[in-house]
Design a protein around this ligand. Sequence first.
Ligand code: ATP
Ligand code: MG
Length: 364
Amino acid sequence: MKVGVLGGGQLGRMMALAGYPLGLEFVFFDPSPEACARHLGEHLQCDYADPGALARFCASVNCATYEFENVPVSIAERISASVPLRPGLGALRASQDRFTEKNLFNELSIEIARFFRVDNEQGLAKAAATLGCPAILKSRRMGYDGKGQVPISDDADLAVAWSRLGGQPLILEERKLFDRELSCLAVRSQAGEIRFYPVIENVHKDGVLRISRPRADDPLQGQAEEYTRRVLERLDYVGVLAFEFFDVGGHLVGNEIAPRVHNSGHWTIEGSHCSQFENHLRAICGLPLGDTSLRGCSAMINFIGSLPDAGTIAGFSYAHLHDYGKKAKPLRKVGHVTVLADDMMALEARISAVNALIRPDSGS
Ligand code: ATP
Ligand code: MG
């Protein structure tokens, strides 16, 4: 069976690494000559809007998926007219636009930060007067790793925020003072079976994820599962989905969904019985879902900007290095490590040992 992937970055690369033992083959549709999944399958290095390339892609695969949610819907529609696209168009439409996404959460009675649609500078002033501070101005589309966001601490910040983001559809959102950031990772099969991984606690810096720790028996597991289930069922979703939350005083506030495998789930490769990548492939290819339970304690540390010395990491028996084969660049995700341990105390000591290797100039 051949799986077509829109995008050929590290998520596609790790998907292929999980898929070969299942007998799957891969075609990556990505215009970049540097797509880091290119060594793991056929690389269709063409523009997404190239009709010939699109036809070749569809003719060569049995099903298609995507590793980023900003695939133009018109392209996704053309693909899904000829091969099964999983997750489907509804998931793409819902997650591409923060305004649509937040309205979906409201419809599903999922608590979220208050927000207003902002289409012009007067609208921003009006929204800010109603919401108060602190707030965040966010672009509705194409945001990732905190890009397209400006924090607003008082009214004096509004003009600067408008000068940076104005001219595109925006939302102004209440800035939550949260205790923790969590994500819930789930997989849903074509028959509608759902399995959840333990909730994950995430630490961000400069808008970029740095460390993810799965939490066994977290008090918010049940609520996270309930909110995530509502989204999966409403979208008749197939594959892995990540739902990002804030823990505010012991209850969940929804932030955003990612209709794909997710950076906060990379620890699942070594830290669970069946990784998010394998489970995504199992779901989209119609295979039974795999076991999402933990194999002991684990955590994932992102390498941002550049990698630490590979030899030193390889010398740590508890650490599993993933080098994405990308060029070093400030704030770019170039790799990660999964750290394993038998208990939480040992895990924290090992996380500190790996953190000590990260170069201060790498942006990590
Ligand atoms: P991602 O890298 O997850 O795709 P993104 O750019 O799509 O991120 P968000 O997840 O909305 O954007 O925001 C990035 C980070 O900014 C969040 O993880 C959180 O740390 C902070 N943030 C976003 N919205 C809020 C909010 N309403 N209140 C407090 N912090 C927020
Ligand atoms: Mg996010």
